[in-house]
Design a protein around this ligand. Structure first.
Ligand SMILES: [Zn+2]
Length: 313
């Protein structure tokens, strides 16, 4: 059984409705999932906030204090893309807390896996700075939590957002215990994610980047994804799989420029689930990253949820 982790606090991170990463992404999804019955079928858990110590497992105290202070003093811009409003620190703390709540539920065996319907997103946030709509790196904080609280040695982060997750890569670039796999459009924002970026020092081989050109179709994308999954991820034998689940590789996304159909997200999810069942008793926690097509994002998310909740493979 799959569960959703969600709180209304995520709608209070106010970027303005002209911004692609705005609260309608979430409210439209909630309305849609309620109308199709998926919301009720899966059940919804409320997240807790991540503690400062948990956030500090990835981020510098200067970075955390900067976001908090900016929010408490009325908000402001960090860069042309990334802003903080009065409730942003709280929303970001709960966005980082959602996968921790989800991990506890999975580890207690109360659910098989979970999807965190959260914002702000996280994968561009580096240990020392917010960027690209992201304040705290939600999946990275979750990976540290799995290792610290549950002694799970090996964690895989699969990132199928159309953008390269430079913040997640930075966090674990020299760490062989967390395998980061990103498939993304390249060249594109944020400029990183070449195939030659594979890790550093002891972490060499612990980063896998699959850059794809503008317009890449579902067929090519899925086959490249499957190759890495079947070979590298299987070989690594993770104890837990985290997904940075962006939906901006969807063909009609106003930002993305790749060519996935909505059903591709179900296929990617089922492939991931197959590996998770083989390696780690199906343990998956997925976190929303990007995805900016306001009317189709909910359908992409529904495909992902149906994949997570599938008993097919
Ligand atoms: Zn993205």
């Amino acid at each position: 059984m799959t569960t959703l982790v969600y709180d209304d606090i995520y709608t209070k991170h106010d970027t303005g409705l002209q911004h692609p990463e705005n609260s309608l992404r979430i409210t439209n999804t909630v309305t849609y999932l309620k109308s199709t019955g998926v919301w009720e079928k899966l059940g919804v858990e409320k997240p807790r906030a991540a503690t400062i110590e948990e956030i500090a497992s990835v981020h510098s105290s200067y970075h955390i204090e900067h976001i908090e202070k900016l929010a408490r003093t009325g908000g402001g811009n960090i860069d042309p893309d990334t802003s903080v409003s009065p409730f942003s620190y709280d929303a970001a703390s709960y966005a980082a807390g959602a996968p921790l709540t989800a991990i506890d539920l999975v580890m207690k065996g109360e659910v098989d896996n979970a999807f965190c319907l959260i914002r702000p997103p996280g994968h561009h946030a580096t240990p020392t700075r917010a960027m690209g709509f992201c304040l705290f790196n939600n999946v990275s904080i979750a990976a540290k939590y799995l290792q610290r609280e549950y002694n799970l040695e090996k964690v895989v982060i699969i990132d199928w957002d159309v953008h390269h997750g430079n913040g997640t890569q930075d966090t674990f670039y020299e760490d062989p215990s967390v395998l980061y796999f990103s498939i993304h459009r390249y060249p594109f924002y944020p400029g990183t994610g070449r195939e030659s970026e594979t890790g550093k020092g002891r972490g060499v081989g612990g980063t896998i980047n699959i850059p794809l050109p503008h317009g890449t179709t579902s067929k090519t994308y899925i086959s490249r994804f499957q190759t890495v999954l079947e070979k590298d991820i299987k070989q690594f034998r993770p104890n837990f799989i985290l997904i940075s689940s962006g939906f901006d590789a969807y063909g009609l996304d106003p930002v993305g420029g790749l060519g996935l159909g909505t059903s591709a997200f179900r296929i990617l999810t089922e492939m991931t689930q197959k590996i998770a069942r083989e390696c780690c008793e199906g343990r998956i926690v997925s976190c929303l990253e990007g995805g900016y097509h306001l009317s189709d994002l909910p359908r992409c998310i529904e495909e992902h949820l149906n994949g997570l909740n599938s008993t097919q493979n």
